[in-house]
Design a protein around this ligand. Structure first.
Ligand code: 0O2
Length: 201
């Protein structure tokens, strides 16, 4: 079966690489100025053909390049993991400054955690490119989903994600409430760590 991204697959790679370069530049600039890191690590992926087709089926949209590149907006996914909460918001402000991009969706699950305790800052970025997009526009628009969070938030999300796929776990209800408790404790630790960092200066 041919790729769901069709002839736009190569452009997705170019967009991914362009945004990655900017984030690496951010890290280098911060390091030069402060001798410290702007974030701890980055992970960037283009959603695999199988996962994108799965998602189309889950969302009840046709398995087409248009669904994959326009209806759904997470073909390119970037996760930026920071040590401190303040660093998360600094990265968000840096991204806001991209002149050829528009933030079309923003969810602050840090100030407004999800009921299950999930915390993270989510952005959908529309990137204007000098390439044709799936609607035939040139310059064309490609989308990037960004999740920016602390190490503590990332650890929690990874564990909770694993649990979602284990349907046969006994005491689901207890586990859900325990996970929520841990999420709140980690959020409190994040705040304490930030305070300690501010005290060090
Ligand atoms: P995958 O396989 O991770 O890419 P939607 O994208 O429509 O499902 P929505 O409300 O549009 O969801 O977007 P939202 O809430 O910004 O969530 C997008 C992504 O954030 C999810 O991708 C997850 O990766 C992550 N996420 C959101 N909520 C949770 C949560 O409670 N726990 C964990 N571990 N991750 C979460 P998908 O779509 O699930 O798919």
């Amino acid at each position: 079966m041919s790729s769901i991204y069709g002839k736009y697959e190569a452009t997705l790679e170019i967009v991914r690489s362009e945004i990655e370069s900017r984030l690496i530049k951010y890290q280098n600039d911060i390091y030069e100025k402060t001798n410290d890191k702007g974030y701890e690590y980055l992970s960037i992926r283009i959603k695999s053909d199988d996962s994108m087709r799965d998602k189309c089926r889950r969302k009840n949209v046709p398995e087409t390049a248009e669904s994959a590149l326009s209806t759904l907006k997470d073909a390119i996914g970037i996760r930026i993991v920071c040590s401190f909460v303040e660093d998360v918001f600094s990265v968000v402000e840096y991204i806001r400054g991209f002149e050829d991009c528009e933030i079309i969706e923003e969810k602050d699950y840090i100030r407004h955690a999800k009921p299950n305790g999930y915390r993270s800052y989510h952005i959908i970025l529309a990137v204007r490119t000098p390439y044709e997009d799936v609607h035939g526009n040139n310059p064309g628009t490609y989308y990037v989903e960004m999740q920016i969070r602390t190490i503590a938030m990332d650890t929690w999300a990874a564990l909770e994600h694993k649990m979602k796929y284990k349907k046969d776990i006994p005491n689901q209800e207890l586990l859900v409430s325990e996970l929520k408790r841990v999420a709140d404790e980690l959020a409190s630790c994040d705040l304490s760590m930030q305070t300690i960092r501010d005290m060090i200066g």
